[in-house]
Every structure is written in C-alpha cells, then in structure tokens.
Write a protein that binds this ligand. Structure first.
Ligand code: EPZ
Length: 434
C-alpha cells in the first residue's frame, strides 16, 4: 500500500489548479443511465472513485470512454444497451456512492438490483431515505441477501419530504423523477452545488427541473431523455483543502480554477480565524502570517460549513491561539483523524460529536494512518506544517478524491513523495549442483 513521506516546514508558493468535483462527477456519470444516447462530461477529476464508477457502468453493459492525453478530463458514456441493471457488492463496498445508480436504473429499466453499501468509517450511512422516496414514486422494493431489489412498470410522480437532508438521496430521487409519469415535488432537499450541477446536466438532457439548489425541487416527468455535453463544477472541498494548507504553511498560494461563491462558509470561517484571503474571478489567494485565533465551528448542510472540511479545519484549530470546539453534526464517527493529530503533538479531546482543540501547539512528524478520504487530507496538511518527516500510511484513501495531490503540492514547493510498498525481491532458488 502506498505511503506519503512529507518533510514539513516549506511555505506553499505559486498557483495550484483545482480539478472537477468528485461529488458532482459521480451523480453525473450515473445520470447517463437515464438515456440511450451518449453523455459527454468534461472536467472529470482523475480519481479512483471515477474509475470505480466506470467499472460499475461497464459491468451493466455501458460504453464508458475515459479520455486520455489532452482529453484526460473528459468521459463519454453511452448506455444504449444495459444488459444487467445491477451494482455488485464487489464494487459498492469500495464506493458507497455506487447506490446513485438505483434511481436511474429503476426509472430507465423498470428494475434494479443494487448491493447495500454496508458500514463506513465515518458513520452508519444507511440509504433508507433513498428507498422510502422510491417507494413513494411507486416502486416495489425488497431487500435480500444484502441487495436492494427494486421494480416498477413506470414510476409515478409524487410529493416527497425528506426526513433528513441527504445529498445523494436528493440526487437519486431527482434522477428517478425525471422519467416518472407526472410531477414530483421534493421537499427538504440538499442545496449543495453538486445537486444544482446535476440538475443542470439533466435539464440539458431534456428533463424539466425547477428549484435545484433550493430546499424544494419540482420535476415534471418526461417519457425519454437525450444525450448532452456538460462541464462538471470545480471541487470546492479540494479548493478548501489547498486554502488551509496554504495558510498553515505561511505561504502565498493562489488556488485557481475554483468557484469562490461555493466556498462562502469556508472563507467566512477562515477570515474569522484571521487567515488572509483575497479572491477574484475563479481564484482565491491565501497568504498566512500565523496569527490565528481560535473559533468554534459546527458542521452543517450547505450553505453551512461542510463536514468534508471538518478534518482540515481541525488542523488549523491546532495552530490557532485558544480553544476551539468543533461540532460534527452530519456523521456520527468523523473524528478518526483527531487521534492521529494527537500523535503529532496536537491537544484534542473528543467527546461524542464534539472535539475540544487547544492551540497553539507545535506539530512534530510521526508515522500516522489515514482512515478515510478527508482524514487523510488533514494528515497531509499537518505533515506540511510539522517539524520533520511524516509518513502517512494507507494513502489509497486520498486517491479516491484528490487528483495527483502530491504532484500538485510539489508544484508549489512542498516536499512530498509517494512510496509504493517495495515488492519483496524474488529470491533466486539455490542452484542444485548435480
Ligand atoms: C454526500 O454523501 C457526499 N458524498 C459526502 O462526501 C458528504 O460528506 C455528504 O454528502 C454530506 O455533505 C457524495 O456526494 C458522493 P448524506 P451522502 O446522505 O449523500 C444520513 C466525501 O468526503 N442519511 O447527505 O452519502 C446519513 O447517515 C464524502 O467526499 C440517512 O440517515 O451523505 C448522514 O448522517 C464523504 N439515511 C446524513 O443523513 C439516508 O437514506 C447526511 O448524509 C441517507 C442519509
């Protein structure tokens, strides 16, 4: 398993470019299931979850062409022949967002067999709200042998109120409703920019969606959708990760190719802490002088402070003067990184869904273990700040959602390298002399 070796203490200087958003690209690729015509997606990040989605769609019979060379951020997906509308456990267990195919398969094929995702490092993460919503649209759903079996002659429009705000739940139902008979009203929806981006693609495919990006979405069903071309929005979480890294290393970093308005809550909180930030057009410039003051933070659904930035923010809190209380409201087990940061010298106490971080404490290099995607991003940031050489194990987590992060960081002055597990050399069999 790959590891990162990072020598801390180098300020990040120059420009780093943000890739397309993983959490917008995944539902967009699932949306291609809704039509037999080609869907062309641009600004697709080169991360492992995209490769997993390609395998998932190809296993159903779809043609998925991931671009290469100059077109390596483009993919063309054609789901003309969907031989088996099924998402296997083998793939779903590696990426729970695979459940995003449930709604589109049901709407397009009238049936779907999708493995239940099982547990996750950051929380239980059930998909009961997806299932409840699809049943409201008239689907018959059973669960057996670890799979959701769903069928419906044709889905029917309905009014659905989500008990809880769910991002992929909103996206799954939104996609299903596009081909339903009649009108669907979705209430208490997620307002994340990724949801609005998906609706933008679906409307280009001929869907009739209004209100995406707000908590109430209206969908008038159509009988068929066509192909389309769509550019995926930039990754606001990748941008936020680089902005915090730039500040903490005392650098002068320009984070380019992002959408600053999607970062409002993040930039507001960082400004409150004392981080120097300026933004114009599609860039955010961050320059740090290390004079930060503690500020409590609560994770919320968009437009609140994103849970996917909580771990990175925790590293900043370890370098701010005073005590910060970090409250994680979205997932019940998302403080795995805290104990690894304590191994690097941070002062953090976790109690339930709150963490008390006392700063400012110098960080020192150590061998640490990544437990999930965003936890690994926080360990990379901490290592960039720490005194000495840190070794981060299990970086396969970070490859799921950050495109070539070590190359991007090296491009702005970080000392970071990836080491693959040295395969044991084949020992030649001793020559047996006759
Ligand atoms: C999306 O996950 C993102 N993933 C997550 O990003 C992100 O952390 C999360 O939204 C919250 O912003 C993708 O978009 C692919 P939810 P999702 O459904 O949709 C509960 C990353 O790091 N819930 O909004 O799975 C759930 O357990 C990832 O890129 C139910 O109870 O999250 C959680 O507590 C990690 N029943 C809360 O709702 C359901 O049926 C919000 O989850 C669905 C969700």
């Amino acid at each position: 398993m790959d590891k990162f070796v990072i020598r801390g203490g180098n300020p990040l200087l120059g420009t780093v470019r943000v890739s397309g958003a993983k959490n917008a690209a995944l539902p967009a690729m699932a949306a291609a299931l809704l039509t037999e015509e080609p869907v062309i997606l641009e600004n697709i990040p080169q991360v492992r979850d995209i490769e997993t989605t390609r395998k998932l769609l190809a296993a159903m019979g779809a043609d998925v062409e991931l671009g290469y060379g100059r077109a390596h951020h483009r993919t063309t997906i054609c789901c003309r022949n969907l031989a088996s509308p099924e998402a296997s456990y083998e793939l779903v267990k590696t990426m729970r967002a695979s459940t995003l195919v449930l709604g589109p398969l049901l709407a397009r094929c009238g049936r779907a067999r999708v493995s239940l995702p099982g547990g996750c490092a950051i929380g239980a993460r059930p998909i009961d709200l997806h299932i409840k919503g699809l049943e409201k649209l008239g689907a018959t759903i059973t669960q057996e042998h670890g799979y959701v079996e769903a069928s419906a002659k044709r889905l029917r429009g309905a009014e659905i109120v989500f008990d809880k705000i769910t991002v992929t739940g909103t996206e799954d139902l939104l996609m299903a409703a596009t081909l339903a008979d009649g009108e669907t009203l979705l209430r208490n929806c997620a307002r994340e920019p990724e949801v609005a981006d998906l609706a933008g693609l679906l409307n280009k495919m001929g869907a009739r969606i209004e209100g995406a990006g707000t908590s109430t979405i209206r969908v008038r069903g159509v009988s068929a959708l066509s192909g389309a071309k769509h550019r995926i929005i930039p990754d606001r979480i990748e941008a936020g990760t680089f902005i915090i890294a730039g500040a903490l290393t005392g650098g002068d970093l320009n984070v380019a190719g992002c959408e600053p308005r999607h970062l409002d809550s993040i930039l507001q909180k960082l400004t409150e802490v004392g981080v120097k930030i300026a933004h114009n057009g599609d860039s955010v410039r961050v320059f740090g002088d290390g004079d930060w003051k503690a500020s409590d933070m609560v994770t919320e659904e968009y437009p609140g402070f994103p849970t996917d930035m909580q771990a990175q923010y925790m590293v900043l809190a370890t370098q701010a003067k005073g005590s910060s209380v970090i409250t994680e409201n979205i997932f019940e087990n998302r403080f795995m990184h805290a104990l690894e940061l304590v191994r690097m010298g941070a002062s953090i106490k976790v109690e339930g869904h709150r963490a008390l971080v006392r700063g400012k404490t110098p960080l020192s290099a150590a061998a640490v273990l990544a437990s999930d995607l965003r936890a690994s991003a926080s360990l990379v940031i901490a290592a960039l700040v720490a005194d000495g050489e840190t070794i981060i194990d299990r970086v396969y987590h970070i490859d799921r959602g950050y495109e070539h992060i070590e190359e991007k960081l090296r491009g702005v002055g970080a000392q970071i390298r990836r080491i693959g597990e040295m395969l044991p050399k084949k020992v030649a069999a001793p020559l047996v002399r006759a």
